[in-house]
Design a protein around this ligand. Sequence first.
Ligand SMILES: NC(=O)c1ccc[n+]([C@@H]2O[C@H](COP(=O)([O-])OP(=O)(O)OC[C@H]3O[C@@H](n4cnc5c(N)ncnc54)[C@H](O)[C@@H]3O)[C@@H](O)[C@H]2O)c1
Length: 474
Amino acid sequence: MSDRYMQIMQSPMGQKVIASLGLPVPPSLERAEGPWQNEALKGTSVLFGAAAGGKLLETCLKTLNSSGADVFVPTKSAGLEDIKSAASSNTIPVRATTEEDESKFSALVFDASGISTAQGMSEIHAFFNPNVRRLKKNGRIIILGRTPESAANPEDAAAMRGLEGVVRSLAKELGKKGITAQHFYVEPGAETRAEAAIRFFLSRSSAFITGQALRITGLATGEANGPWEAALKGKVVVVTGAARGIGAGIAEVMAREGAKVICLDRPGEEESLQKVADAIQGEVLAVDITDPKAGDTIADYCKKQHKGLDVIVHNAGVTRDKTMARMSAEWWNMVLEINLAAIARVNEKLLADKIINKGGRIVCVSSISGIAGNMGQTNYSASKAGLIGYVAALSQQVAEQGITVNAVAPGFIETQMTAAIPFAIREVGRRFNSLSQGGLPVDVAEAITFFSSPGAVGATGNVLRVCGQNMLGA
Ligand SMILES: NC(=O)c1ccc[n+]([C@@H]2O[C@H](COP(=O)([O-])OP(=O)(O)OC[C@H]3O[C@@H](n4cnc5c(N)ncnc54)[C@H](O)[C@@H]3O)[C@@H](O)[C@H]2O)c1
């Protein structure tokens, strides 16, 4: 589905008209043309700051350095001495910069893990106030802090949670420039596991994700060592609902990262499914996921053809919208069956038969409707909110096997599903976010690929919104 408003925006005349009418001016988002692991930060300048006593200095510095960024440190920073000492013990070059310097940055990264009081949050102001204007268009902000559960006392927990508020507001302030802002809650002991997330969220692959909080923990067993290039090389991946829309985008991006993708969709969709698979040297599996035997079929196929499975992406989903008073039991049950019950059944079979390899990844596609609710979508919201609860519980159960379980919650994404929405509602869905535009299937696909990568072992039990910080559900 094309976005006419965005097309008009491409011409100087269109921009003038839109600006003179006081309408939102959507920024032109820069998206990645290749893997985020490679292109993340090469040749860019990143400004890095920290509060005194930061615990993530080493991880941040090593990640920035190995991604090819030039690291700058503001001369006025409470954590300056800590940064210098971490940089010199790891022989990482950092350059000092003053507020008077004219230079601009591609990203601002701040290690806030040393902050434990409301007063301590003045460090955030001291870093961002003079430097936020030095961020380039399409720039990135990351603030890293600790998980509130690890706080020593309520005041400490308040400061840790307060950082999320900063990020959500920064994302709203800066979205019009295509700038994104994220917060990471990093559990004590899981510091080195933040690398994959830093790389992904500083890259152009995360262009439509902003104002989000991600948890990095030590829950799932395994090493977080990458690889950082062709992250899914040698991995066998099943993507459900791959015949079109977001599913086709997921299949494409995962194949780009080196995966062998089994494209699954319901019988009757073989023609388009085959096209998607052919374009990526993938395989086709026609299965209705609501078939009680669907789990067996997938298990048998993966066992015979590949001796197992590394990643399953539960993307297939449907909407059948009506207000509660008009909703038929048939539509209610159909949506819950496809979007939730079938997923749980398939996973149960794959896990019971140990088809999902050690270190495997399960990613479910939820929706912001599952977070905020939506008019006429009680059935859909029930299924998508249900997925969020499911992911939280399952991630605990399978962590011992090094399997992570996460959900992505897309906002408005340009697909056949959203093309069917009436025009006025569609425009609201598109514009009411910090980036004033709809996302593309590739945006969801990139987020799923991040969760699926071996280096992202620290990210489990998360629900990541890919929605440009949609106003729905804040
Ligand atoms: N498009 C959006 O803006 C948006 C927003 C939030 C969430 N989502 C979610 O993203 C996912 C993909 O959405 P989309 O917009 O690409 O939808 P789509 O309708 O374009 O594609 C869905 C695919 O799932 C397949 N499918 C449906 N039922 C199936 C079944 N029983 N067995 C196997 N395959 C089945 C369909 O054949 C289709 O190819 C869905 O889970 C949807 O709820 C989409």
